[in-house]
Design a protein around this ligand. Structure first.
Ligand SMILES: [Ca+2]
Ligand SMILES: [Ca+2]
Length: 371
């Protein structure tokens, strides 16, 4: 009697949900979550340098998947490959407060929250980018009360991993999960592959839905692997988000993200938007770049290189993100100097997309005039 079984199944599900929705003292249906970006498919966490001091701000999209409005506090963490938190912004107790309407009144679109970094956080990110050390920017929404699903309250983006997929290639992403506490830890592994290209084969160890038990001080290694065997090369991209849920608390213990793209095309520059001008002995440069296949590499994708000795030695400076979403035209700016009047500065630009296709552009020589 398959019909009967199906009916019983439905009733059982309704039976479980009914108390949560119907109990007088708990009418709330709130589910705050770190959102995903519709234009990109990655978690909606962007590193920006909007303010005048060029200290980074992270933009974090907070959605509400429940019917009722909810409130919470947002912070970000910079996390090393072992899952250890290197820095948290803002400091504990200073989290950014956010209110998000229910899902039918704007909650699905969500609220964009800006979290201030610090000069130290800038230096940390810049150093890890220079050293090619993988790190994760983790965003956390702590719901004030009544969140019905805490497994989506933490998301993250992981940088400096191999991101390029070629025809016939097999790419691997390794991760470590460490229990630095003094108690055993039981973790549920969840791998979110929504939006992943269908013709890419995915292998994971452990698999989604598996449990891992870690003794105090123990570390476990895991792998994600994808291959594009046999298919045509097509410009495609996809994101895997790995969450390790602490079974005893239902909270996210750790999160990693693997963004991959099949992309063989260099980023482009919009020449009409290029600005190079001398201001009080310093040189101000502004460019607009875009990369619709895999996105301009975040954080340090656009670098200005400059030489004051006719190209014998070069210094370089990461250009600050001003506005845009890294796939569509996105503005970057920087200032170098001040230089002694009369200095001739040779300028060149390097723009990298997320998988490492690099556009180089010579910007010529700019002479710094006296005031
Ligand atoms: Ca939630
Ligand atoms: Ca590209």
């Amino acid at each position: 009697m398959p019909t009967m079984i199906a009916k019983l199944g439905t009733l059982a599900v309704l039976g479980t949900l009914a108390p949560a929705l119907g109990t007088a003292h708990d009418l709330s249906d709130i589910d705050l979550a770190i959102g995903g970006s519709s234009s990109w498919g990655r978690p909606a966490i962007l590193i920006a340098w909007r303010n005048t001091n060029k200290v980074f701000e992270a933009e974090v999209l907070v959605q509400n998947l429940g019917r009722d409005p909810g409130k919470g506090r947002v912070f970000i963490e910079i996390v090393d490959p072992d899952g250890q938190v290197l820095m948290r912004r803002p400091e504990a107790g200073q989290e950014v407060e956010v209110s998000v309407n229910g899902k039918d009144s704007g909650g699905l679109e969500g609220e964009l929250v800006q979290v201030m970094g610090s000069p130290q956080a800038n230096q940390l990110i810049d150093r890890m980018d220079r050293d090619h050390i993988p790190y994760t920017i983790r965003a956390v929404i702590e719901t004030a009360e009544g969140d019905i699903d805490r497994s989506n309250n933490v998301s993250g983006k992981t940088y400096n991993n191999e991101a390029r997929v070629d025809k016939g290639s097999r790419e691997q992403f390794s991760y470590r999960l460490s229990n630095s506490s003094e108690k055993p830890l039981s973790l549920l592994i969840e791998i979110d592959s929504a939006g992943f290209p269908e013709d890419w084969a995915l292998e994971t160890n452990p698999k989604t839905g598996e449990f891992i038990n870690l003794a105090a001080g123990e570390t476990v290694h895991g792998q994600l692997a994808i291959s594009q065997a046999g298919s045509e090369f097509r410009q495609q991209r996809g994101t895997l988000v790995l969450r390790a849920i602490d079974v005893s608390t239902d909270r996210v213990f750790d999160v990693r993200e693997w963004y991959v793209a099949a992309d063989a095309i260099q980023p482009s520059l919009d020449d009409r938007e290029q600005v190079i001008e001398v201001l009080n002995g310093s040189i101000h440069v502004e460019v607009v770049a875009h990369d619709p296949q895999s996105g301009i590499k975040e954080a340090s994708g656009v670098r200005l290189e400059y030489s004051t000795d006719e190209g014998v030695t070069y210094s370089n400076k990461v250009m600050a993100y001003a506005d845009g979403n890294f796939m569509d035209p996105t503005r970057f700016s920087t200032e170098i100097g001040p230089f002694v009047p009369g200095t001739k500065v040779q300028l060149s630009l390097s723009v990298s997309d997320s998988v490492g296709n690099i556009l180089r552009r010579e910007l010529g020589v700019k002479e710094v005039t006296g005031d």
